[in-house]
Design a protein around this ligand. Structure first.
Ligand SMILES: *[C@@H]1O[C@H](CO)[C@@H](O)[C@H](O)[C@H]1NC(C)=O
Ligand SMILES: *[C@@H]1O[C@H](CO)[C@@H](O)[C@H](O)[C@H]1NC(C)=O
Ligand SMILES: *[C@@H]1O[C@H](CO)[C@@H](O)[C@H](O)[C@H]1NC(C)=O
Ligand SMILES: *[C@@H]1O[C@H](CO)[C@@H](O)[C@H](O)[C@H]1NC(C)=O
Length: 247
């Protein structure tokens, strides 16, 4: 039994070293900065949000901010259903800057757990800027574990925690939060819809989408393989510990 355990331990050590070496040898796989796109892809049902984050480069902003900030970030992520329940044409009627602001309005410049929402003071400041009335105020109301957010134009319910570490929290919301600054006027959907920016975007989006999606899929697979290696190593280590203790 002892001999067997010893062999097992040696085998495990060799195995771990090998996979570790392989991991280090793979160039495009830094253990890593947090990647919001990847998190949302894994969660599913956020394709519209991902596309908007890419075209506005807000995804890059988030990743960079996470890398440079020690306060972290909180992201409210509207689902595809949330986007499709918007009035038709509403997104296309926005300028590029307004799209950026709309997304930034869904980001808080600090990490908040679900329970911390109970103690925040309204209105919250978002990455979109000023939180005074008429600009970009965001209010939170809680009751027990339930958290709602209100923009002054509409309300959303926080449905799920998609991701959380001690730096980034991503919460699913059932509505796209419409900031007062952009949507305060009574009939936003009737704004001149054939604005110069919308045809461009309609053309660009599908073209840009498919190749990027291809790259994404392969990148995710590579990371998954690495994650499996990590798990295998941990399992192997656990087995080795048990074996050692039994000696
Ligand atoms: C993260 O920050 C480090 C150090 O500040 C920097 O070297 C690195 O390039 C940054 N990575 C990204 C993805 O921004
Ligand atoms: C949140 O919104 C839902 C749906 O509008 C409502 O039923 C619920 O009472 C609200 N909860 C809080 C804490 O505001
Ligand atoms: C948000 O909360 C502040 C402070 O309680 C309040 O003055 C403001 O009217 C609220 N706005 C909305 C849209 O609920
Ligand atoms: C983040 O993940 C996406 C999708 O998996 C990938 O396309 C992108 O290159 C990643 N970004 C960084 C900075 O690693």
């Amino acid at each position: 039994m002892k001999l067997f355990s010893l062999f097992l331990l040696i085998f495990v050590l060799l195995f771990s070293t090998k996979t570790l070496a392989q991991t280090l040898a793979q160039p495009p796989a830094p253990a890593g900065p947090t990647n919001i796109t990847k998190i949302l892809e894994k969660a599913g049902q956020f394709t519209t949000l991902i596309r908007l984050m890419k075209t506005t480069q807000v995804a890059d902003q988030i990743n960079t901010a996470l890398n440079n900030s020690n306060q972290g970030l909180t992201v409210f992520a509207p689902t595809d259903n949330a986007f499709s329940s918007l009035k038709a044409g509403i997104l296309n009627s926005l300028s590029d800057q307004e799209k950026v602001s709309l997304l930034q309005f869904h980001i808080l410049p600090n990490f908040l757990t679900m329970s911390q929402f109970q103690t925040v003071s309204n209105p919250l400041r978002t990455q979109a800027g000023d939180s005074v009335d008429g600009e970009f105020p965001l209010n939170v109301t809680t009751s027990g574990n339930q958290v709602n957010v209100s923009s002054g134009v509409n309300d959303a319910t926080v449905a799920n925690t998609i991701y959380t570490d001690n730096q980034l929290a991503v919460y699913e919301v059932d509505k796209v939060l419409l900031p007062l600054k952009i949507f305060a006027s009574p009939a936003p959907a009737s704004a001149p819809s054939p604005s110069p920016s919308s045809p461009n975007l309609k053309k660009k989006t599908p073209v840009a989408d498919s190749p990027v999606a291809g790259v994404d899929a392969s990148a995710a697979t590579g990371k998954d393989v690495l994650a499996m290696h990590g798990i295998l190593q941990m399992v192997a280590f656990g087995v080795a510990m048990v074996a050692t203790l039994r000696l």
